[in-house]
Design a protein around this ligand. Structure first.
Ligand code: IMP
Ligand code: MG
Length: 183
């Protein structure tokens, strides 16, 4: 296992595996059925936040047993390091019409909550039938949120995490598990 991780990371050691692939897989399957149960009627649109949610979203949609459409937004609040810059920039805005649809924003992790708050406010102005948040991870250190995630994968430790979509300076997104970085 250690050898395999070193191959994946190019020799970089990680601190700990926080959620292994099986644990993530099981939780994502549960979330998919929770979401399927919650949205009994209407059009469901999942909007994934790039890039961090790409792997989570792709597993999640396969676990939701109802019709849906999906799109992405790209917003950046982080530089290349591990500290939030506080700035949110919208890099890609979905062309999809959200009016009258049940919009579910899909996030990788809620850290400061700035990105999420900013996006929730933006989507609220577009008259969705409903607006909810699904986040894989929540550090519970966020500023007051406009909208707490209705669907949550895991309560995350207050560590900088990588893998399963999460990056450090664009590295590690492809890891099939979530790990903490060596300080
Ligand atoms: P915010 O501070 O809640 O606005 O977080 C914005 C974004 O920063 C998240 O969507 C992640 O992409 C990234 N981020 C926050 N915490 C972590 C982490 O522990 N590891 C990797 N990326 C993170
Ligand atoms: Mg990032």
């Amino acid at each position: 296992m250690q050898q395999e991780i070193l191959r994946l990371t190019g020799g970089q050691e990680l601190a700990d595996i926080v959620y292994d692939a099986d644990t993530i897989g099981r939780r994502v399957t549960e979330l998919g059925s929770e979401i399927g149960d919650y949205y009994q009627t209407g059009e469901l649109l999942l909007v994934g936040l790039l890039k961090g949610s790409f792997m989570f979203l792709s597993d999640l949609v396969r676990a939701i047993p109802r019709p849906l459409t999906l799109d992405f937004v790209a917003a950046a609040s982080y530089g290349s390091g591990t500290k939030s810059s506080g700035q949110v920039r919208l890099l890609y805005d979905p062309a999809t019409d959200v009016e009258g649809k049940h919009v579910l924003l899909v996030e990788d992790i809620v850290d400061s909550g700035r990105t999420l708050n900013w996006l929730v406010r933006m989507f609220q102005t577009r008259d969705p039938a409903s607006l909810e948040v699904c986040s894989l991870l929540h550090k519970r250190i966020a500023e007051p949120l406009e909208l707490e995630p209705r669907f949550l994968g895991f309560e995350a430790p207050e560590l900088f995490l990588v893998g399963y979509g999460l990056d450090y300076a664009e590295q590690y997104r492809h890891l099939p598990f979530i790990a903490s970085l060596k300080e």
